[in-house]
Design a protein around this ligand. Structure first.
Ligand SMILES: Cc1cc2nc3c(=O)[nH]c(=O)nc-3n(C[C@H](O)[C@H](O)[C@H](O)COP(=O)(O)O)c2cc1C
Length: 447
């Protein structure tokens, strides 16, 4: 197989309107944060990611939630759609996967905002269509959170309405005919009349298509309903998995869900999370990460690892590896904490309990620890084992760890022929390999 023929990995930079993905990154002396919010931080990070040819930035959205009163940065207050809008003006190729929950958003407003940004950014937007299950966010919007079945039933309708609105301006309606004095052929601007059980809208969304037609659909979730939703609508699924086996299983389930909906397996890309902890050695990488973990957090994590393994650790246990006999006795069931396999795997490498904590084994995503080579090996292993089509990358800080990733890890992936050396095009669809879509799936030609 030549280098050109190898399948290509996707990279997304996680972004939460903060100075990095570690909520203590603002305290890093090199961060020099003098005020908050500071859009220059986000723009600089986006430009670095674009230098590294990342396909997209991935913005979570948890409105209403407050950081804990412990030195963590408030990182979910800002509206990610507006952050992305400002960044778009300072970048040219990187795309934006922006989360908005169907449980508490208004479909017309969402369709309008996303299509506006997609058109103005020349086709670089994706909507991460989550249902949202966060009670604090739901309360902020004054809604009662429904159970999974209803949340997903609504999400189905909501997404169909949004895509129907997106196509209400006919693909060729814009004329800009100077001699005919015809701005647009308004016969091609349809009025829709959508009446669902959960959402309704009539009228049109008078915005022409972007260069990629309409925003790409991302989805994130955890349940079987989530996989079924993704099978119908999602081009990209951003997930939470801790081991290669878990990645393989969910990726396979998504591919089957696509086929069940008359699509090709490759029509859904599965993106796994990774926290790159970079250093000149593994020890140094762990020490840097440790500098972001304070005493209370450290003790909570020790207790959580103890809980997961069913052990009461004492202070003396901190500086020695976990007894292999403890690890041998662990029984993993479908009800176990999904991080347990990774806890056991890393513990078996012989790290002390303290170092195990610094490996962030109980975070929402696995860490890749060590030199650029080590981190590139982690990504390559997962990618070549079909556990992921790409990664959302969570560097501790944008000031230090992101540049290291871009300058040191990306070139290794490129050298191995599994990450592109340049953007394939200017739209997010081109750069993700997602076909043009306008309106509901399969209706692009009709619109
Ligand atoms: C990777 C990932 C990112 C998520 N980001 C958000 C988010 O930004 N905002 C939000 O309200 N929910 C977010 N969620 C939560 C999902 O909306 C969903 O409610 C949760 O994963 C539970 O899954 P389920 O709804 O399929 O049961 C995210 C989930 C995952 C796996």
């Amino acid at each position: 197989m030549t280098t050109e023929q190898k399948k290509q990995m996707m990279l997304g930079l996680a972004s939460f309107g903060a100075t990095g993905l570690n909520f203590r990154s603002w305290m890093d002396p090199v961060a020099k944060l003098e005020s908050y919010p500071d859009i220059t931080v986000d723009i600089k990070a986006a430009q670095l990611a674009e230098k590294g040819k990342f396909q997209f930035m991935f913005f979570g959205d948890f409105p209403g939630t407050k950081a804990a009163n412990n030195g963590d940065m408030q990182s979910m207050g800002l509206d990610p759609l507006l952050i992305a809008t400002l960044i778009a003006n300072h970048t040219s190729h990187i795309g934006f996967g922006i989360t908005r929950a169907t449980s508490w958003s208004n479909p017309y407003e969402l369709a309008r905002q996303f299509k506006t940004l997609d058109a103005l950014s020349q086709g670089r937007v994706a909507w991460n269509a989550v249902t949202g299950a966060n009670g604090v966010s739901a309360n902020a919007y004054g809604i009662d959170l429904a159970h999974s079945f209803d949340r997903y039933s609504k999400a189905n309708e909501f997404t169909e309405l949004v895509q129907t609105l997106w196509a209400s301006w006919g693909k060729d309606a814009l004329k800009l005919g100077h001699s005919t004095k015809e701005f647009a052929d308004y016969a091609q601007v349809k009025s829709i009349n959508f009446k669902g059980q959960y959402v309704k809208s009539s009228g049109s969304l008078p915005i022409p298509p972007s260069q990629q037609g309409q925003p790409v659909i991302f989805h994130s979730g955890g349940s079987e309903n989530s996989i079924a939703f993704a099978g119908k609508y999602a081009d990209v699924f951003v997930g939470e998995v801790w081991t290669i086996e878990q990645g393989q299983a969910i990726r396979q389930a998504l591919r089957q869900a696509a086929v069940a909906n008359g699509r090709q397996p490759d029509d859904i890309k599965f993106i796994a999370g990774v926290m790159p902890l970079l250093g000149d050695t593994k020890k140094e990488a762990l020490e840097r990460h440790a500098s972001f973990i304070d005493g209370d957090t450290f003790l909570q994590r020790v207790a959580h690892i103890g809980y997961v393994l069913g052990v009461d650790f004492t202070p003396a246990d901190l500086e020695r590896p976990i007894d292999p006999s403890i690890l041998d006795q662990i029984v993993i069931t479908p009800y176990s904490d999904p991080r347990i396999e990774n806890v056991v795997k890393v513990a078996r490498e012989g790290w002390t309990l303290r170092e195990l904590v610094y490996h962030s084994v109980i975070d929402y995503y696995p860490a890749a620890v060590g030199t650029a080579q080590d981190v590139a090996d982690h990504l390559t292993d997962w990618f070549e084992s079909d556990a992921a089509d790409g990664f959302w990358v969570m560097p501790d800080s944008y000031e230090v760890d992101l540049p290291r990733f871009v300058d040191e890890v990306v070139p290794i992936l490129q050298e191995r022929g599994i990450f592109h050396k340049d953007y394939e095009g200017t739209t997010l669809r081109e750069n993700l390999g997602v076909p043009y879509q306008y309106g509901l799936r399969g209706e692009s030609e009709a619109n």
